[in-house]
Design a protein around this ligand. Sequence first.
Ligand SMILES: [Zn+2]
Length: 611
Amino acid sequence: MSYTVEQRDAEVLGSTAAITYTLDFGRAAQHLVTVRMIVTRIKEDSITVRMPVWTPGSYKVRDYVANQGNVQVSVLSGGGYKRADYAWIDKTSFTVDTQGVSEVRIEYVVYGYERSVRTNHINRNHAFIVPAATLMYVEGRTNEMHHVVVDSASHQWSTISTPLSPVQPQTKEYRYGAKTYDILVDSPLEIGNHQTLSFTYKDAVHEVAVASSQPVDVQWLGKQLERIVGVESDIFGGLPYDRYVFIVQVYPGGGGGLEHARGSVNAVDPETFLEKGKQTRLLSLLCHEFFHVWNVKRIRPIQLGPFDYQREVYTPMLWLAEGLTSYYDDLLHYRCGFATQEEYLSTLAKEHIMKLMRVPGRYAMSIRDSSLLAWVKLYQAGADGSNRFPSYYLAGGVVMLLLDLHIIAHTDGKRTLDHALRALWERYLANPGVGLTEDETIALMERATGVQFRDMLLGWLNSTQDLPIEEKLNEVGYTLATASAKDAPMFGEKLAFAKVPEKVFVGWTLSMRDNKVFVRSVEDASPAAQAGVGIDDEILAINNTRITSVSLLDQVLAASSSEVLLTAQTDGEIYTTKLKPIPELSVTIESLSAPTEQQLVNRRMWLSRVL
Ligand SMILES: [Zn+2]
């Protein structure tokens, strides 16, 4: 069988499997799941069983085996099962002697108590199971049907939400199947007493599972998701699956998402539902993860599937996988009607363009290299990270914005990046087993749009120079303007607020600990760096005013003249230094004063939407 991510529930219905896992949650309160793995139809004299070190979509070696223990192996030979030896051969894998053996039973526990979209989280309330972190595979047999049984006697939970397909929905046994181990790895399970709803769009069922200890307006969420599904499927002319599961996890500090071929896991903080601004950011996350149905899970760099689960998989193409998706998430958010045109342009200026301008690392490493090294850069970014590399999400997203504008301008407003995307989608449909090389990707995009941009695009992706943002915005009649106070908010009957000092730029981020202010990061070449301030220094005083909070520091700095005396301490030793903050950079996207007719045609094409 060649590599595939596609599975329809009907393909698994009534199936049998030679590799089955039973998940026992009898010790969920201690954050444990007991896995009983049975391997049958054994023909070899020995088998090798391995635990993945990473899960696709999250480019970090996590050594999931670190949370596994109490491995016991027994084999069926002759009349019954008897304990058998096994031998570890490396950090993730062991072998079992299977001469004369028809079945092997492997039992182990997995400790799961890390709350994220790519790690297990088990407690008395629920279990979120990431298959790569939990289920070992038999080398050489990953292309077979695998079943997972959730032992219902071991817990009190009522609901299971998973892209895995039910094997016998009519019975009381919770048995699910995946045609291959790759599909199994791509199918997390949320098990608990969570809220659910479902809707059908173009014959595909969409399940929404919300795991939250706070009340969440699930109906509202379902309505917005229906809109997202509609707008995104229109780009590609339909939906490539029969069923899709949105898992939404709500917990303090929650953030981020992980894409799957028939589902996504989206984590948010409970505050998200209490503030209107944050609600719309959540919708942008949902637009992003859902867009991966096409871009990443199906339209994918050649290195990203089939996967080697034992080591890093390197690709320079995360500018396509995540950069393009980051550009589209806010564009789709706008196309869905979640934002006005003005709000979209403001988000683009603040969250994309300005954020990138605040990353000195864009002068230190190219976007392609940042992608290839994601394993040791973005996924292991320390406090100094943004000085050393640009995120391929952020920088890749701005490059895709520029490419979109370039295509529009060079086709007189007749083609957009949407046309390029559709060509990549047709290529997937024609040859789903093999991912795209960078060469083929660019060739397909050029052919679909009729614009030659290979050298320009690769130049942007390989360089460490500033991107031509102003030039490309001009093509659609916009310009980057320095933000002014002209839109200062008013109160009451158009009365001005008391004067608030202008924010200044220092080039550090700060945090509070025990009522003290600490430096969390320092931007290269910034006023903070020039003043000799370091990460983890404690800020004691500005111009001899004792600093006890970040907001007080901001106020004192804003009210001071251009140079201040900073008192701080490193490692118990106090020092003073001169700090020269500069005016805070703030840009907006504004219309040119007299855009040409063609620029307006281009702009309409760029920002067109059907509501
Ligand atoms: Zn993504």
